[in-house]
Design a protein around this ligand. Structure first.
Ligand code: HEC
Length: 113
């Protein structure tokens, strides 16, 4: 009985490690270059000067602000999910691009178009 309990605990620990680690890892990993492409292709359609969403570049927010924005995941004053415009994997790339080139990042970028 005692042994079984121990084995069970180890089993749970193994599952936790294997389930959580890739998730945590994936949450930090996105392709900056792909993200730049998706952002230009999709988001910029509405986010240039004079367009419906107004100009948006990585410089609009700080790294922390972009992280919060994508963690929240809503768009246009919270009216709709950001996922409406990009599937999850591409959204992750876009967020990586925006965070890496935010106003207070080591390499701020305007992503002009
Ligand atoms: C179909 C047009 C359209 C597309 C595509 C679009 N947006 Fe927007 N976005 C808007 C509009 C409209 C607003 C609200 C602008 C305002 O009120 O000044 C907005 C607002 C925003 C804001 C300001 C905060 C907020 O959400 O209210 C951010 C940041 C933003 N968009 C990022 C993005 C990103 C990132 C993408 C691509 C994944 C994207 N947008 C794609 C139209 C669009």
């Amino acid at each position: 009985m005692h042994r079984l309990f121990k084995a069970g605990l180890i089993g749970v620990a193994v599952i936790v490690v294997f389930e959580l680690f890739p998730a945590v890892h994936a949450a930090q990993k996105g392709s900056e270059n792909k993200g730049r492409y998706y952002f230009r292709q999709t988001c910029k359609e509405c986010h240039t000067k004079g367009a419906v969403g107004g100009e948006i570049t990585p410089l609009n927010k700080t790294m922390a602000e972009w992280r919060v924005y994508f963690a929240k995941g809503t768009h246009n004053h919270g009216k709709e999910p950001l996922a409406k415009y990009l599937p999850a994997d591409q959204l992750l790339d876009a967020s990586t691009f925006l965070v890496q080139h935010a106003a207070d990042s080591p390499q701020p970028e305007t992503c002009g178009k």
